[in-house]
Ligand binder design. Sequence first.
Ligand SMILES: C[S@@+](CC[C@H](N)C(=O)[O-])C[C@H]1O[C@@H](n2cnc3c(N)ncnc32)[C@H](O)[C@@H]1O
Length: 318
Amino acid sequence: MSHGETDIDVLVGDVRAARKYRSVMPEIIRTIGIRELARRETAAEAKKATTRTLHQIAGAYLPGGLQTERWLKTLRSAAPGEFRAACREVMSLHASTQERLPVLGEFYSILLGDLPPIRSVLDIGCGLNPLAIPWMPLAEDCVYAACDIYEDLAVMLCDFFGIVGIRGHAQTQDAVRNAPSDETDVALLLKLLPCLEHIECGAGGRLLDALHARCILISFPVHSLGGRRDKGMGENYERRFLRLTRDRNWSIERFSFPTELVFRVQIDRQPAARLAATAPFAAPVEASSGAMAHAGRRASPAPTHGRSQRTNVNSQSG
Ligand SMILES: C[S@@+](CC[C@H](N)C(=O)[O-])C[C@H]1O[C@@H](n2cnc3c(N)ncnc32)[C@H](O)[C@@H]1O
């Protein structure tokens, strides 16, 4: 059904009128809304489908909504010895950082601790993850860039960087339409790819192609949002991730935490074959023979670090 400019303007305004979505950048509502208006019979159906997608990619992780003023107050008023506890308290209010809290102590030391000095980080679809900076082994002069789709969150994180004393910047950016491509030592794509695939099939692969990072951490949930451990979930994401990366000239290590499955990619900066993105994460995909071949090449697991387990997935880079 054909809908016009007015319909999309009305849809964006209506969606943003809801408290839950008033801080979501209008551009992403517009992108999703245009697609839904083209697919649905009525504007009301299109609005409903748009809010459903926004819930899946963002709203579901913030059951209490964005309370950035209150969060900043908690962080600002923390005594020096209680700052980490205050960060934990605020991170517990975003479902994605909340489920990382039990392993936070080891998470970043295992994933980042053995890398060359980290002078720049790009945290894409960051949520409240920048509040984990006190746990990250970063160089003194590290610059931290973060993006998400919430305007209020970007403002709050800019204040947070000042409080924690790091050179940082946060902004709203839709990683589907406008993939960050700045050179960086480490890019964090933590539990982001399944969200991007909800917006557009193939978006995860295009983001990976656009990045200019020496190291990328890409993670996937192993629990449903309700906390139920789903054995098939991690395996499914792993299969699809390996299929997505099988022809890239990448060295990949796999780290299995009780809360999250992480792939650490170290990139050979020589020109490498870039693939058309083919592996949606948002819909079940059968394992391809290529993905199984990768799994077959996997080295024996390295010694377990704490409660995580590390495995070399492949080692193609020269
Ligand atoms: C599953 S949460 C992960 C948050 C954080 N990376 C972590 O692991 O703690 C997904 C995050 O991506 C953000 N997001 C969803 N779609 C996005 C997009 N197109 N561009 C940028 N961020 C997006 C959401 O607002 C949400 O904060």
